[in-house]
Design a protein around this ligand. Structure first.
Ligand SMILES: [Zn+2]
Length: 427
């Protein structure tokens, strides 16, 4: 694909990453702060998210949320924001010709929100609605409560609702003042821009951020970890089905694990012909099991989850789990290995075509100050993965007791020990 990246640290402290994606009419422009949930005090967990919401409620130049939204959308731009453990990302995706106008909007959005009391009150209710809506998804809930077994900083949603009530407008303003500063600002611009356009964007950023304080860059912090090993949590769900989420935790995972993990995960569950997918569908146990991995600063994991009719959940779980264990032990053919490499190559390529995709590919490594991994190099690295590499990486992640499990469903409480027995059976 021949994607070039260029980092530029401004004298002001703002750090910019240009991702050059040839032949793209669309630009993805993201402003990111290292100011996610982990940077809030535990009992004020929701501040970071609350601030994200208030940043959509107008600025001095666009004095209400409607005026602001109309100005952003009149030419078809998509704009939104997300809050995660480490980061808050504000972005727009628009035609190249719109960048100059939208750049001005997004910078005023992040650096000078109005913080109106009426908006503060309304957004508190909106966030309560948002969390309640998510609680209604058993599968989402299973993932969150399993994370809560690993670290107290991944907070169970009903607790989030309680913490939400304690937040004041002053808390949010203070958080904004400390964290939305130039030294803690990262900007990613992905698209087909020439040098003149890039220079003019940098110049605009400098002009528009003159009055923003420099402040300090937040360090990457590690959350406290619980004694999580072999813990199971159950929760009564809301749907007809039962959701399970099994995570194997590796606090020392690194990006070096990524290629072999990708192949391991693809042998298991990438595509219709993968081992778990094929077996689960063949036996009619489930619509399809999900598995995957994540490498992060807090902890890394390999996970397996599904959403299954209650009367078949244990059988579906046993089938999927036994396959994970056997593939982790090296029970797979050369043909399966080769298929997985080809599938992983094609899938990674398919998911990284547009300027929007590629902003996502490079963003996390940039903000977390990791080495940037060239997308073409990553795709071609799959070819070199051997059977030994897969078995070695599986050993690092799939251990007898480094797991946590959450089960959400009407009978989840009763079935906790059955799930645990299945895991122990395949030690
Ligand atoms: Zn939200």
């Amino acid at each position: 694909m021949n994607i070039k990246t260029e980092k530029s640290k401004l004298n002001s402290g703002i750090e910019i990453l240009f991702v050059d994606v040839p032949n793209q009419e669309i630009v993805d422009f993201s402003v990111i702060f290292r100011a996610g949930y982990y940077y809030c005090p535990l009992e004020k967990h929701e501040i970071s998210h609350y601030l994200e919401h208030l940043s959509f409620d107008g600025t001095a130049e666009y004095p209400s949320k409607l005026i602001f939204a109309e100005a952003a959308e009149k030419n078809g731009a998509y704009w939104n924001a997300t809050t995660s453990s480490y980061r808050v990302r504000y972005f727009f995706q628009s035609a190249k010709t719109e960048v100059d106008d939208l750049l001005k909007m997004i910078l005023s959005q992040v650096y000078s929100p109005l913080f109106k009391k009426s908006d503060f009150e309304a957004e508190g209710k909106v966030i309560r609605n948002e969390i309640n809506r998510r609680i209604a998804s058993d599968r989402w809930l299973a993932a969150v409560i399993s994370g809560n077994l690993v670290t107290p900083r991944i907070i169970e949603p009903r607790q989030r609702l309680k913490y939400l009530e304690t937040i004041t407008l002053k808390d949010i303003k203070n958080f904004h003042k400390k964290n939305y500063v130039k030294n803690n600002t990262f900007i990613v611009i992905s698209g087909d821009l020439n040098n003149t356009q890039k220079q003019s964007i940098i110049k605009r950023i400098n002009e528009l951020t003159q009055s923003v304080p420099k402040g300090k860059r937040n360090k990457i912090i590690k959350p406290p970890m619980n004694d999580f090993k072999s813990k199971v949590v159950a929760h009564r769900g809301t749907s007809q089905q039962e959701a399970y989420h099994l995570s194997f935790i590796n606090p020392e995972g690194t990006m070096k694990d990524s290629e072999a993990l990708k192949i391991f995960s693809t042998i298991l569950n990438g595509g219709f012909s993968s081992r778990i997918f094929h077996n689960i569908r063949e036996s009619g146990l489930s619509y399809g099991t999900e598995s995957g991995f994540a490498i992060r600063e807090d902890y890394s994991e390999f996970y397996l989850n599904d959403y299954v009719d209650t009367d078949r959940s244990l059988r579906a779980f046993e089938k999927a789990f036994s396959i994970v264990k056997s593939v982790a032990g090296g029970d797979f053919s050369d043909k399966e290995l080769e298929r997985a490499k080809g599938y992983a190559r094609g899938k990674t390529l398919r998911s990284n075509i547009t300027s929007i995709d590629l902003a996502g590919w490079y963003m996390n490594d940039f903000v977390m100050e990791r080495e940037l991994i060239d997308i073409d190099d990553y795709i071609s690295s799959f070819e070199k993965v051997t059977k030994d590499d897969v078995v070695a990486v599986a050993k690092k992640y799939i251990k007898p007791d480094n797991w946590v499990l959450a089960v959400v469903g009407k009978e989840a409480g009763k079935k906790k020990s059955d799930y645990k027995k299945i895991i122990e059976k395949y030690r």
